[in-house]
Unconditional design. Structure first.
Length: 455
């Protein structure tokens, strides 16, 4: 298959389509996974920010009195609070004095503004260059001068009397979030070529596996065409030779003319027989593919007892021509009936018996046995002939296969007899098997399903 250009092109196209589909699926899956992970992390960041902001909001409002002024008591909640226009240096020991300062460790910050937007105080690591936009429950994603992103939530604060006091903005750095997504993108982009390489290799292998049965059928078709052409060429070449030799003769006697015409007739008969055999094989294959139940209802029943006896009797002339012993053994007294075409069944058993007689030496024995095995009839043709090698038995029922081509040409066979026998057996929902040893003979067994015949 690797040397066939057509199949290589087809295999490449199949592999390409498979890789394209799998690549699209992998790309879509990776994009969906990335979006789901990003969305999940973003929700986690947002919920954490809202939780901390809500806790601070609820803790600070009871301590606020005069609008726009931070009371000293606020520092009990935020001990690291730094008033505006003051330089504050916060020690790391002070950051751990209150649980609410845990946001300092994760890049959180707080900004307080009065209602006019004037900065009053900050806490935590406040980035530079953030815009100021005040509104209640305003969620923003901002960027500082260095290009780092922050998520910020603005909340309106009220004093203990319920009057608007100002605004509190709580934010956190998104650097860890962005770094995680960036690593995920790099990993996916780096893994995509590796995955596509594996997909390409797998696609090529799967395309080859998918095309193997097709290629085997293609090879069989090519072999059949070559064998059929060879078998047709032989009689056609003989006819051409006879015609040319006859044409070159200026004067032909009546005997020479008759001999030439007889030769042409023999070769023509060989062509007709070969054509009929090929057509029969084609019809039998179509018949095998159709419903066996429908075939069984449309065909009449045949008595195998009478059929076997008729076949043996008709071929007894071959027994007389050569000193052979042809016997029949009916191991069942009751007649055995099968459904099928009587002419095809005669052809089946005649082929087996004729082969046995042809390849059994003088003084040998051919036995045809009819027996019953449960719901099946068994017809066995056994000889004491030359036998068949084990390597040849696997191809014995192939079209145009001949164990010995010289011997087959001598007997006039084209290598279709056993192929026809197998096709007939299968078209009658049966099977055929062979057992043979070189120098000891062969045994062909045909198994056909029986039918119940009403008396």
């Amino acid at each position: 298959m690797h040397r066939n250009k057509l199949f290589n092109q087809t295999r490449f196209q199949l592999a390409g389509w498979y890789a394209m589909v799998m690549g699209s699926i992998l790309g879509l899956t990776g994009f969906t996974t990335y979006q789901m992970v990003a969305h999940s992390h973003w929700d986690a960041v947002h919920q954490e920010l809202q939780s901390i902001s809500g806790t601070l909001h609820d803790s600070l409002e009871p301590k606020l009195k005069q609008p726009g002024r931070l009371e000293v008591s606020v520092q009990t909640v935020l001990p690291n609070l730094c008033l505006a226009k003051q330089h504050c240096s916060i020690l790391s020991e002070e950051l751990g004095r209150h649980t609410l300062n845990a946001f300092q460790q994760s890049g959180y910050y707080i900004r307080f503004f009065d209602q006019q937007g004037t900065l009053l105080a900050t806490a935590g690591q406040v980035p530079r260059g953030l815009s100021v936009e005040l509104a209640d429950h305003l969620l923003q994603t901002l960027q500082d001068q260095e290009g780092d992103r922050y998520q910020q939530l603005s909340l309106l604060l009220k004093n203990e009397g319920g009057q608007p006091w100002g605004y509190m903005q709580v934010g956190r750095s998104l650097k860890e979030f962005d770094d995680h997504l960036s690593f995920l993108r790099v990993t996916m982009l780096a893994g995509l070529p590796v995955a596509m390489l594996l997909v390409a290799v797998t696609s090529w292998s799967l395309a080859g596996l998918a095309m193997k049965p097709i290629y085997r059928s293609y090879e069989k078709m090519q072999q059949f065409t070559a064998d059929a052409a060879h078998e047709l060429r032989t009689p056609l070449a003989a006819i051409r030779a006879i015609v040319e030799s006859t044409r070159d003769e200026s004067l032909l006697t009546e005997a020479e003319a008759k001999a030439a015409l007889a030769g042409v007739e023999r070769q023509n008969q060989r062509l007709v027989q070969l054509t009929q055999d090929l057509l029969l094989l084609s019809r039998l294959e179509v018949s095998t593919e159709t419903s066996s139940q429908q075939t069984a209802k449309s065909q009449p029943s045949c008595c195998l007892n009478d059929l076997i006896l008729d076949v043996v009797e008709s071929l007894s002339v071959l027994e007389i021509a050569a000193p052979l012993q042809l016997t029949t053994q009916l191991q069942t007294k009751a007649p055995l009936y099968v459904t099928g075409d009587e002419n095809q069944l005669v052809r089946l058993f005649a082929n087996l018996v004729a082969n046995a007689l042809q390849y059994t030496p003088e003084g040998g024995k051919v036995t045809v046995t009819l027996a019953q095995d449960d719901q099946h009839a068994l017809v066995q043709v056994q000889d004491t002939g030359i036998g068949i090698a084990a390597a040849d038995q696997a191809h014995l029922f192939d079209r145009f296969y001949r164990v010995s081509r010289d011997r087959s040409r001598h007997t006039g066979g084209a290598g279709l007899g056993l192929a026809i026998a197998k096709a007939i057996a299968q078209s009658h929902r049966g099977s055929i098997q062979v057992e043979s040893k070189l120098g000891k003979g062969s045994s062909f067994t045909v198994r056909l399903p029986l039918i119940q015949r009403l008396q």
